[in-house]
Design a protein around this ligand. Structure first.
Ligand code: HEM
Length: 446
């Protein structure tokens, strides 16, 4: 029954628990932790520790509901999936990717996912392995033994070569230097920043950068259509699937290509840069990896059969993803009023699941802050390990990314000994979680 003096909406809300928000004192504590860690992510752990698995971050004009833990993740990603939208039209990522798979909803999303899935499916990966190690060699062959390199941009170059060649049959090597700055500019545009408070902030540099990237993508599409018209054949790749699909125009192809380039390389760059950092910071793990890779591969370049033997490398990659999940957060918009766990979530509210916090919850992980790959000898609790999200909108490139990381790391370990020159690294929240100021290493050929 409606309580006297309350409007219908207020009565609705009163029946539910209020989503906790940090007090001034707690916010101050979190701020101190954040300044010490030089990252806001440990501050989320402080909120989670005090407020529980659901709380609201209370910033001016930005008040997302944050959730953590397997139960909320399963609810958001699977059980209540149909009640949430991905797209928040004013978010820079939605403006950038337009109808791209990552931000599309409804039938556009589902049909594009069905269409593109075969190019990223396990069966397709066998043919990508050679491209992956050759791309690794092309970049690593440029390294001089006495020079220090920041592994973040080095891994970015490798990941870009791979995504462009496997999915679009484009050799990006001659274009890297030309498109490097516009690409980074575009990534800066979608990184967390002032747009959170002021969505319409003018950013002319970004639009200039995007025009250059768009022109390049349209050039690739036109060249492919011309080749197809002339020869009646085309490479068997993702671009081929898109160009041949009925009702998919160039604007839609551009959206999917840019989505794959951004989602498909920036995350892998983060994973690989952190993996290199951990390799340098944990000599005993590096030694185990070297022994495993030498036994499985000898002098031969990696193949799918070799990869199946690299079990410790699997655990090493999983532990890297657990501690430093490149996509540390997933975000949704409630499409209707909803209730869960006694809380009311109103239509239009942003609800996020924190992959970072979930990966460090003592409920699921023993000594969560420790680097210990062998913890993955046991299967994690379902939905407690979410580097690739979960449910029907999980990462379409998860299998691709796992094979890619294994090929690149196995090849680098096979060919080089690495020395980490600077251990003091912190987590920077760019589009993905990046090690800053960088992973500076020397690579000596073995
Ligand atoms: C280490 C590497 C990667 C990580 C950690 C990662 C992580 C994720 C996560 C967490 C999601 C789900 C986000 C959500 O719930 O909102 C996602 C979705 C997605 N990822 Fe990845 N990803 C990686 C590599 C890739 C690669 C290699 C590709 C493509 C070649 C890719 C393409 C996508 C796309 C298109 C989506 C959206 C799928 C959909 O909504 O249907 N990702 N990724």
């Amino acid at each position: 029954m409606q309580q006297p003096g309350l409007t219908k909406n207020k009565a609705h809300a009163a029946a539910h628990a209020k989503i906790p928000t940090p007090s001034g004192k707690l916010a101050l504590k979190a701020l101190q932790v954040m300044l010490r860690a030089r990252s806001p992510l440990p501050a989320l752990e402080v909120f989670h520790g005090e407020l529980g698995k659901v709380f609201r971050v209370n910033l001016p004009s930005f008040k997302p509901i944050m959730t953590a833990g397997a139960e909320w993740a399963r609810w958001l990603l699977v059980e209540a999936r149909e009640s949430f939208l991905w797209k928040a039209p004013k978010d820079p990522i939605a403006r950038l990717l337009r109808d791209g798979l990552l931000v599309a909803d409804g039938e556009t999303h589902d049909s594009m996912r069905r269409l593109m899935n075969p190019a990223l499916h396990r069966n397709a990966l066998i043919s990508y392995v050679e491209t992956m190690w050759r791309a690794t060699d092309r970049i690593a062959d440029q390294w001089q033994p006495e020079q220090a390199y920041d592994m973040l941009p080095e891994m970015r170059k490798i990941a870009l070569l791979i995504v462009m060649e496997t999915l679009f049959s484009v050799d990006f090597m001659p274009h890297i230097a030309h498109y490097w700055a516009p690409l980074l500019q575009t990534l800066r545009y979608i990184s967390p920043g002032i747009w959170i408070f002021w969505a319409d902030v003018p950013r002319p540099n970004y639009w200039r950068a995007l025009r250059r990237i768009d022109a390049y993508l349209h050039q690739i599409i036109h060249a492919r259509r011309a080749h197809l018209a002339q020869s009646g054949t085309q490479p068997n790749d993702l671009l081929g699937i898109l160009v041949s699909a009925e009702g998919v125009d160039d604007a839609m192809i551009r959206d999917q290509m840019l989505t794959m380039i951004i989602a498909g390389h920036d995350t892998s760059t983060g994973l690989l840069a952190w993996a290199m950092y951990l390799l340098g910071a944990h000599p005993e793990a590096a030694q185990r990896l070297r022994a495993e890779v030498d036994t499985a591969l000898g002098e031969a370049p990696p193949t799918m059969e070799h990869l199946a033997q690299l079990k410790y490398l699997d655990r090493f990659i999983d532990e890297t993803l657990r501690l430093y999940p490149p996509a540390h957060l997933g975000s949704r918009i409630a499409a209707q009023d909803l209730t869960h766990d006694g809380y009311l979530i109103r239509k239009g509210e942003r609800v996020t699941y924190s992959i970072y916090v979930t990966h460090r919850m003592a409920e699921y992980w023993q000594e969560p802050a420790e680097f210990y790959p062998d913890r993955f000898l046991e299967k994690p609790v379902p939905y407690s390990f979410l580097p690739f999200g979960g449910g029907p909108r999980n990462c379409i490139g998860a299998a691709f990314a796992q094979v890619e990381a294994k090929v690149i790391l196995a090849r680098l370990i096979q060919r080089f000994d690495f020395t980490l020159l600077k251990r003091d690294v912190h987590m920077h929240m760019a589009v993905t979680l990046e090690p800053r100021p960088g992973v500076f290493m020397r690579a000596r050929r073995r």
